[in-house]
Design a protein around this ligand. Structure first.
Ligand code: GLN
Length: 489
């Protein structure tokens, strides 16, 4: 048999049901790849491979019985391996958020998104690497070492869900969960040549997701193609009584089929997303992909999102402000390690001083400053107003067009170390992803080419609130008629 890790999720599900292979064989194939490849890539911070194989065994017992009398339905993802970004709680597995301040913390409960997937039958392989508390665009801010890009081990995989993107690209897991506060699903998907959804804010529960910027955070999915992403997305989406920001709307059953004509879809291309200084091959690949969509029947319109240039400063006020409040809970008393001291304040100072990394400290200071008395109105208050303008840009544009197509990052994966001494250069990598988070709209990333160095290039479709399904349909039509998503490192 060919390597079963090259099967699509849908085929793996069918294969298990038909008995083409056992769940043990499927999980073993991924375990073997993790054991032989992850020492070079470092996608995982923690694995439970023994546990995964044991679960596979019990899945096989159920499958054997089910094949004899397949009366009741099996859960939709029965026996499918999954990797989880290390900012989401998985009961019994360490959750470090890539930080020393949570070293050794083992949550006693599952995040809602994780629980829904467990109920749907997934087998969790382990936790993937991330920039500390998801603050970064390269995984270089992880306290546990960088993840390497499977296409070129000297390059970053993007971030902050770089471990998840690298795991999918290297076929260490068929699918992985990520989170997207300012681009952390889409940008690593783009850098690693995989597909990924940043759902509408409020579509997926944040319960059990360690908070970074609470008004921006959303849990997403990465897989090789958008059909697979859609399958997992629809299982974990939906209202949750434990997260009051989730919205009680039906989650559509997404079946994408084999049709590749787009009908009368209007796609807007914002002129602000093609800027001087961006890598020419990125612009070329994205423009070519847009022409391809036109070839499939889409109407293409040039549009304007006039406040785009403010997204970066607005985000880098709002996200650190929220982070400075959210991270106040790590005090050496309640979670993780404690550096002892004479007084309570000593414990706080020592633990926070020694266990938070440089980028996290920078953001806490930026955020605390922006929220402090006397500066609040000038910084945080102003940023919230401009955020409303950015949101309106999207709402107005999406009355004229059905969705927006744009690049994800100005460059392909950059060399490890290139931006580590220059936080501003790192923040600039996020210019095209931050606006969707500030507006709360969904964004879907998928591969549309390679640069001259053989590094993947991605593109994003951004749509109306809660219309993820339409994004999936259009990207799926693209993938039915192209093969970028089938290439492997
Ligand atoms: N790169 C952005 C940041 O550093 C976005 C991170 C994210 O989406 N978690 O904040």
């Amino acid at each position: 048999m060919n390597d079963i890790t090259s099967l699509s999720l849908q085929r793996a599900i069918q294969g298990l049901r038909k008995g083409d292979f056992s769940c043990q064989e499927l999980v073993r194939a991924y375990v073997n790849r993790i054991q032989s490849l992850d020492s070079a890539i470092h996608a995982f911070l923690f694995t439970d491979l023994e546990g995964a194989l044991k679960k596979a065994d019990s899945v096989d017992h159920v499958l054997v019985k089910w094949r004899r009398s397949p009366q009741n339905d099996l859960p939709p993802l029965f026996g499918i391996p999954l990797a989880v970004k290390d900012v989401l709680c998985v009961k019994g597995m360490p959750c470090t958020c890539g930080s020393k301040i949570l070293e050794g913390y083992v949550p006693p409960y599952n995040a809602t998104a994780v629980q829904k997937l467990i109920d749907a039958g997934v087998i969790i392989l382990g936790k993937t690497n991330t920039d500390e508390f998801a603050m970064g665009s390269s995984t270089e801010n992880s306290a546990y070492g960088v993840t390497r890009n499977p296409w070129n081990l000297d390059r970053v995989p993007g971030g902050s869900s770089g471990g998840s993107a690298a795991a999918v690209a290297a076929r260490l897991s068929p699918v992985a969960l990520g989170t997207d506060t300012g681009g952390s699903v889409r940008q690593p998907a783009s850098f690693c040549g995989v597909s990924g959804i940043k759902p509408t804010y409020g579509r997926v529960s944040r319960y059990g997701l360690v908070a970074y910027g609470s008004s921006l955070d959303v849990v997403g999915v990465l897989a090789r193609d958008v059909d697979e992403v859609a399958l997992v997305f629809q299982v974990m989406a939906g209202v949750d009584p434990r997260d009051a920001t989730t919205v009680d709307l039906d989650v559509p059953q997404i079946t994408l089929g084999e049709r590749s004509e787009l009908g009368s879809i209007r796609i807007g291309v914002p002129k602000e997303y093609f800027i001087p200084g961006m890598q020419p091959q990125v612009e070329e690949a994205v423009r070519r992909a847009i022409l391809h969509l036109q070839g499939l029947g889409a109407e293409i319109h040039e549009i304007s999102l006039p406040h785009t240039e403010y997204a970066l400063p607005v985000y880098y006020l709002i996200a650190p402000a929220e982070a400075s409040a959210n991270l106040a809970r790590y005090d050496g008393i309640r979670y993780g390690p404690r550096i002892s001291g004479e007084t309570m304040w000593d414990i706080f100072y020592q633990t926070r001083g020694q266990k938070f990394g440089a980028e996290v400290k920078r953001r806490i200071m930026l955020g605390t400053y922006a929220l402090s008395a006397g500066y609040y109105d000038a910084y945080y208050g102003k940023a919230q107003m401009v955020r409303t303008l950015i949101k309106r840009d999207f709402e107005q544009a999406l009355e004229i067009v059905d969705m927006i197509a744009a690049p994800i990052a100005p460059t392909t994966a950059f060399p490890i170390g290139e931006h580590t001494d220059d936080p501003l250069a790192m923040y600039l990598e996020d210019v095209f992803t931050l606006p969707a988070n500030l507006a709360g709209v969904p964004g879907l990333a998928f591969p549309v080419g390679f640069d001259q160095q053989g590094l993947p290039i991605g593109m994003q479709l951004m749509g109306r609130y809660f219309q993820e399904e339409l994004l999936f349909r259009i990207a799926h039509a693209y993938q039915l008629t192209t093969d970028w998503h089938l290439r492997t490192p």
